[in-house]
Design a binder for this molecule. Structure first.
Ligand code: NAP
Length: 311
């Protein structure tokens, strides 16, 4: 039995993506084999492809692209309970496998049931982006009900979940975005949308408990000014400046999101109740993964881009 997988054999632009035929993986101890219905495209995919991500080095090539998916269980390995062939699941993967493929093996602790009210395409948009938002706001940001949050980049893949999760947790939410995304982030629940090209966010908000930074650079450096003493600056991009954090009396954190089935199940409950929703901006068939990555890198994407594998 064989499957298609989109891999890279060398680092470069979207043109290095290659449609390869590989043997079907076999689920081992505490693993399941999943037929992938849809997989999402994340900025990390482009960074890996370009050789700009520390997780994948020359020696690791070739690698299958893609870090999350929704699909249907096809087989189970030994010592697997509570999940059976035919069940729909969604998951974020560890670094050692890829989801731009027809099948993948998942480990216990990576997957959870797909929310029944979502299609596979919608569910595939969730795992990496929503887990990143959850871990940034909750685990590292220690977000509490009633706090004031500023999210930089609230219209993107992670940001559109972050705005909704922060609102679901009872926070007051401001977010920076492009002018064309103002209505979008308002519909997600943002209390204040800030056009980052027309407004200076430091002039608009103050006394912020948590800045969630999905942009980095000078946007991150300027964020110290809006934080309360004792506040937090949590970034997916880079370690906040230590001297700046001390001077402002805040905690600065950079983190890497990781698979976590228990947290994905919490996110699943919010999805099932309709309190948060994925927004799928565009879909591409698996074979057009290169065009999908190029579209995300061009920018101006609201929410997520998803690859359809076998929807
Ligand atoms: N550490 C981790 O584990 C982890 C996990 C997930 C993501 N990330 C990183 O976090 C970043 C965000 O991820 P994502 O999936 O949300 O990316 P994305 O879907 O590309 O969204 C980025 C958003 O930021 C907006 N933006 C760009 N410059 C901005 C600025 N100066 N001020 C405010 N908004 C701005 C973009 O809008 P325009 O296109 O209109 O400019 C876009 O809406 C990426 O760099 C990604 O690699 C890291």
């Amino acid at each position: 039995m064989a499957m298609h997988a989109i891999r890279i054999h060398a680092f470069g632009g979207p043109e290095v993506l290659q449609d390869d035929t590989l043997p079907l993986p076999v689920p081992g101890h505490e693993e399941i084999l999943v037929r992938i219905a849809a997989a999402s495209v994340n900025p990390v995919d482009g960074k890996i492809r370009a050789g700009k991500h520390p997780s994948v080095k020359d020696d690791d090539l070739p690698v299958t692209m893609g870090r999350d998916l929704s699909g249907v269980v096809e087989a189970t390995g030994d010592n697997v309970q509570g999940v059976a062939p035919g069940d729909a699941v969604f998951a974020m993967l560890g670094w050692d496998r890829g989801s731009y493929a027809q099948h993948v093996v998942l480990k216990l602790g990576e997957f959870t049931p797909k929310p029944q009210n979502l299609s596979h395409v919608e569910a595939a948009a969730v795992p990496l982006a929503a887990l990143t938002a959850w871990q940034g706001l909750m685990d590292h940001g220690k977000l509490q009900k009633g706090q004031r949050v500023l999210i930089h980049g609230g219209a993107g893949g992670v940001g559109h979940f972050a705005v909704q999760i922060a609102k679901a947790m009872g926070a007051w939410v401001a977010t920076t975005c492009s002018a064309r995304d103002i209505d979008f982030v308002r519909k997600l629940g943002a209390d204040r949308a800030i056009d980052y090209k027309a407004e200076t966010f430091e002039d608009v908000v103050a006394n912020i408990d948590l800045v969630y930074d999905l942009v980095g650079g000078e946007t991150q450096d300027r964020s110290f000014k809006v934080l309360k003493h004792g506040g937090r600056l949590v970034s997916t991009l880079q370690e906040p400046d230590k001297a700046g954090a001390i001077a402002a009396g805040v905690t600065g954190i950079h983190y890497m999101a990781a698979p976590n089935a228990a947290e994905l199940a919490e996110i699943g409950k919010l999805l099932l109740s309709g309190r948060i929703k994925p927004f799928v901006f565009a879909t591409y068939p698996l074979q057009e993964a290169a065009q999908a990555q190029a579209a995300l890198e061009k920018g101006a994407v609201q929410g997520k881009i998803v690859l359809t594998v076998d929807p």
